[in-house]
Design a protein around this ligand. Sequence first.
Ligand code: MLT
Length: 264
Amino acid sequence: MRIHLRGFEMNYEDTGGTGVPLLLIHGFPFDHTMWAPQLRALAPAVRVIAPDLRGLGESTLPEGGASLDDYADDLRALLDALGVERATVGGLSMGGYITFAFYRKYASRVRGLVLADTRPQPDSPEAKKGRAENIALVQQKGGGALAEKMLPKMLTPKTLASRPEVTEAAMTMMARQPAEGIIAALAAMRDRPDSTPTLVQIKVPTLVAAGAEDTLTPPEDARALQSAIRGAQLMLIPEAAHMSTFERPEVFNRALADFLRGMS
Ligand code: MLT
């Protein structure tokens, strides 16, 4: 589905249905199709709304690029347009950074949180340097080169060696992202604020999930995130790396369905 909001065209999926919707925010450099296993498993019992962030997937990039607050404002505008007052908001990695920004700005719109393979801290000086290198790589060689560089961190070595359909789906999704949207997202992540002070403000049920073999946001980070948010639950997903929700959807979906049931 497509909608014009805040100066650009947003592509999104909305499965429809009753009850509190689940808004799922994709990671980087992905698009909403990374949530295909959740859309399949949860709908139509749960209304799932999964947008492509500005500049990524099939959403266009407006002038001025993107900041994390822009992404959060876009999502609020989407919920407004769909007449959704409150949603459970979930994000993976960059989607988690955006979830923190959304909660900071629009806590009253949030019924619960799902934080997958993400962290509240801002980029370190070294990570900021890495963003600059990746921006240069995409400018010179395109998004495919960045996809090749990132793939080994997204899935476990075992999946990369033995599940070609998952590996190819992840690679294809990353490689097709438009260069200007990738660059905008890299700059937005580089410039993101520290969300650590937000954690004590979280007063809604929260599920923290992470791949047990995630090296980008390792399980220690997930444990620290869980203990910083009052009452948060933790799910470590075995045999999964950074794209845990995509690599082991059957395990993640069970935890997610239990979490959503527990809230209703
Ligand atoms: C993601 O999966 O969204 C990215 O790895 C996040 C990041 O680069 O910080």
